[in-house]
Write a protein that binds this ligand. Structure first.
Ligand code: SAM
Length: 207
């Protein structure tokens, strides 16, 4: 994948208060005391801090992100709020640096659409979840396939639309990864973004 365009866009956004989310995954996550959690595309670290509070000192939270600016901002936010049961790791979603069957809960907000190999990401999500573990993810899908000319355009992908797959493709990838009990908590009406029409949703599933 072209990490450069993602890094450039999100490093420049890391010091702004611009809204980066496309749903409220964390509001449906219901994190419990002592759980081990992961936030994929943790941005400035806001959801990591909230999860760390929810799981308490016997739980732990990993924030994963690729952009240098976001990593620096999230680390400084964790230090500012004296969060000790969380850390931010620089890594790509397709290669999560966590062991198999380790995690109770994975959340993500408006990030997985950026990944060029979504099947690899969802296989990683499945791999690191404990049996019975769950994901709660907010993301976007495209209402029809993104035109070939934009699909591999790193800047358009970084802008949160050109990397989107269709709704049907999304569900197929989840099922192929092995998830069951897939639920949809929120789903928007379609709206235009870039040169496409997309919709956002918050979904969950279980290993
Ligand atoms: C739209 S922002 C969302 C940030 C945060 N989840 C929030 O809701 O505020 C997407 C984040 O995902 C990160 N990201 C995008 N593609 C990634 C990838 N392939 N691997 C890891 N992080 C990625 C970006 O650096 C950025 O911080």
């Amino acid at each position: 994948m072209d990490v450069e365009a993602i890094n450039e866009r999100y490093t420049s956004l890391s010091e702004t208060s611009c809204c980066l989310s496309c749903g409220g995954a964390i509001n449906h996550a219901n994190a419990q005391t002592s759980e081990i959690c992961v936030d994929l595309g943790s941005g400035r670290g806001n959801d990591v801090i909230r999860l760390a509070e929810e799981v308490g000192e016997t739980g732990y939270v990993y924030g994963i992100d690729i952009s240098e600016g976001m990593i620096a901002k999230a680390k400084s936010n964790l230090a500012k709020f004296e969060v000790e049961n969380a850390e931010i790791i620089q890594a790509e979603l397709e290669k999560l640096p966590l062991e198999d069957n380790k995690v109770n809960l994975i959340i993500s907000n408006c990030t997985i659409n950026h990944a060029s190999d979504k099947a690899a990401v969802w296989n990683e999500v499945y791999r690191i979840l404990k049996p019975g573990g769950r994901f709660v993810v907010s993301d976007i899908y495209a209402t029809s396939p993104i035109a070939e000319e934009y699909r591999n355009d790193p800047v358009a992908v970084a802008e949160c639309w050109a990397g989107a797959v269709t709704r049907a493709e999304y569900l197929t990838i989840l099922e192929a990864a092995g998830f069951r009990d897939i639920k949809i908590f929120e789903e928007s009406d379609p709206y235009p973004k870039g040169y496409a029409e997309v919709a956002s949703w918050t979904i969950s599933g279980q290993k």
